[in-house]
Design a protein around this ligand. Structure first.
Ligand code: ADP
Ligand code: MG
Ligand code: MG
Length: 215
C-alpha cells in the first residue's frame, strides 16, 4: 500500500471528522489547564480545511504532499491559538517530506519519515522537550511505535495502528506531568493531574490516520 492522494485526502477528512466529534472533550480538557478553546480552535481550522478541499474552484491536488501542505497552510491561517501554527507547520512539513509528483510514492517507511519531519517542525517552533506536557508527548511515542512496527516488518496498517496506540498512551501519560510550555505552564504544579489537550488531539489525528489506512 502506497501513500497516494486518496489516502492523504481520507486522512485529512478523518481528522476533520474526529475533531467535529470530539471538540467538546478537547475544550473541556483545555478549560481545566488552559483557556478552554482547544476544541473550538481545531474545529474552526478543520472546517476551513474541508472547505478548501471541497471548494468548487479548487484545483485537483498535485499529489498527497499537496493535500497535507494545504491542510497545514489553512490551519496556520485560520487558527490563532498555539495549536494552529504548531499543527499547521507539522502538516506542512509532512506534505513537504512526502514524494513530489513524478517521484515514487511513499511506502510505510516513507510516511514514517514524513511523520518524523512533522514532529521536528513542532519541536522547532514550540521548543518543547518530551515531558513538557504538550503535543510532543503524544507525537514522540507515536513515531517510536510507528518505526518499531515498520522495523518488525509491518506495513501501513500495522504502523498506523501502532502510532495511534502510541499517541493515545502518550496522551494518557501526560496526566501526572507538570506543564512547562504553553498556557498550562502558567499553572505550575496545578497543571498536574490533568490530561494535556494538545497531546489528546494529536492522538485523535493519528487515530484518524489509522482509520483512513483501514478504509
Ligand atoms: P492556546 O493555548 O493558545 O489557547 P490551544 O488551546 O489551541 O492554544 O492549544 C493548547 C495546546 O497546545 C496545549 O494543550 C499543548 O499541547 C499545545 N502546546 C502549547 N504550547 C506548545 C509548545 N510550545 N510545543 C508543543 N505543543 C504546545
Ligand atoms: Mg487554549
Ligand atoms: Mg487560546
Amino acid at each position: 500500500m502506497d501513500v497516494d492522494t486518496r489516502l492523504a485526502e481520507a486522512w485529512v477528512r478523518a481528522m476533520a471528522a474526529a475533531v467535529e466529534k470530539e471538540h467538546g472533550r478537547l475544550t473541556e480538557l483545555d478549560s481545566a489547564i488552559g483557556d478552554g478553546d482547544h476544541g473550538s480552535n481545531l474545529r474552526r481550522g478543520f472546517t476551513a480545511v474541508l472547505a478548501a478541499l471541497d471548494a468548487p474552484d479548487a484545483p485537483a491536488p498535485a499529489g498527497p504532499g499537496a493535500v497535507l501542505t494545504k491542510a497545514g497552510s489553512t490551519l496556520i491561517s485560520k487558527v490563532g491559538g498555539a495549536s494552529g501554527p504548531l499543527y499547521g507547520k507539522a502538516f506542512r512539513a509532512i506534505g513537504g517530506a512526502l514524494p513530489q509528483p513524478g517521484e515514487a510514492p511513499a511506502d510505510a517507511a516513507g510516511l514514517g519519515e514524513a511523520l518524523a519531519a512533522g514532529l521536528r517542525a513542532v519541536r522547532e517552533l514550540g521548543k518543547a522537550e518530551p515531558g513538557d506536557k504538550t503535543i510532543v508527548d503524544a507525537w514522540t511515542p507515536a513515531l517510536d511505535a510507528y518505526r518499531a512496527a515498520v522495523a518488525a516488518g509491518g506495513g501501513l496498517p500495522e504502523a498506523a495502528a501502532a502510532a495511534a496506540e502510541g499517541a493515545e498512551r502518550g496522551a494518557l501519560d501526560t496526566v501526572p506531568l507538570q506543564a512547562r510550555k504553553g498556557r498550562a505552564s502558567y499553572l505550575g504544579p496545578r497543571s498536574i493531574g490533568h490530561q494535556d489537550p494538545g497531546a489528546t488531539s494529536t492522538a485523535l489525528l493519528l487515530r484518524a490516520l489509522a482509520e483512513a489506512v483501514g478504509r
